[in-house]
Design a protein around this ligand. Structure first.
Ligand SMILES: [Zn+2]
Length: 210
């Protein structure tokens, strides 16, 4: 029995609830279309080392790795990968780039970031990231080839459930989040299929101009 005026011991407070004190954050990997590929929880900190270890576990083989991996702190992850030697493997298949939402906050003076992690270099050096189109007047327009902010958009959507998730036991939290992400992915796929069958001819609708 605990006296009412005594502070609750921390272990008692946290025993039954998922708490941000125990798990710093939920991490997600999703495709540019919005389909969720993987999720996990990082204990305490979202460190570049944690990110690299998780990426290596989700993509154990070089063949399975994406060409581009957008991370809000891609330059730090790249720095760590170079330092710990894992870049020797990653560089064979992938590039770490900052998503365009966060890139504006990265230092313009950070040469490593500007050179290797720019999500939309406009010097023609990354045609897989930045496409070009010529309009009827002969003017060239550059556009993003794919959405680098898909995870950010997913996080914003997940944020709406934060207050519910915070009150759940860890087991319920895991189940609820997994189920939500599963149905979210099904919803995204259904939307894509509907759109594809509705608009065979026009594939330029979603291009994002730079
Ligand atoms: Zn950076």
């Amino acid at each position: 029995m605990q006296p009412h005026d005594e502070d609750h011991p921390e272990s008692q407070q946290r025993k039954h609830y998922f708490s941000p004190n125990r798990f710093y954050c939920v991490e997600t990997i999703c495709a540019p279309c919005g389909v969720v590929i993987a999720w996990t929880k990082f204990a305490k900190a979202e460190s570049p080392t944690n990110i690299l270890n998780w990426l290596a576990s989700v993509y154990p083989n070089i063949e399975s790795r994406p060409d581009y991996i957008c991370i809000d702190k891609a330059c730090q992850v790249l720095h760590t990968a170079v330092t710990n030697g894992s870049w020797n493997q990653w560089k064979l298949s992938s590039r770490f780039i900052v998503d365009s939402y966060h890139y504006i906050n990265h230092k313009a003076t950070d040469d490593l970031c500007r050179l290797y992690c720019n999500p939309s270099p406009q010097d023609g050096s990354a045609p897989n990231l930045v496409g070009q189109k010529i309009d009827q007047y002969g003017t060239i327009h550059q556009f993003r080839e794919f959405n680098t902010e898909a995870c950010e958009q997913l996080n914003a959507w997940l944020g709406g459930f934060e207050s519910i998730l915070k009150r759940m036991t860890q087991r319920n939290f895991n189940w609820f989040l997994h189920t939500m992400l599963f149905y979210h992915s099904k919803y995204v796929l259904t939307k894509i299929n509907k759109k594809q069958s509705a608009t065979h001819s026009d594939d330029s609708e979603d291009d994002t101009e730079l």
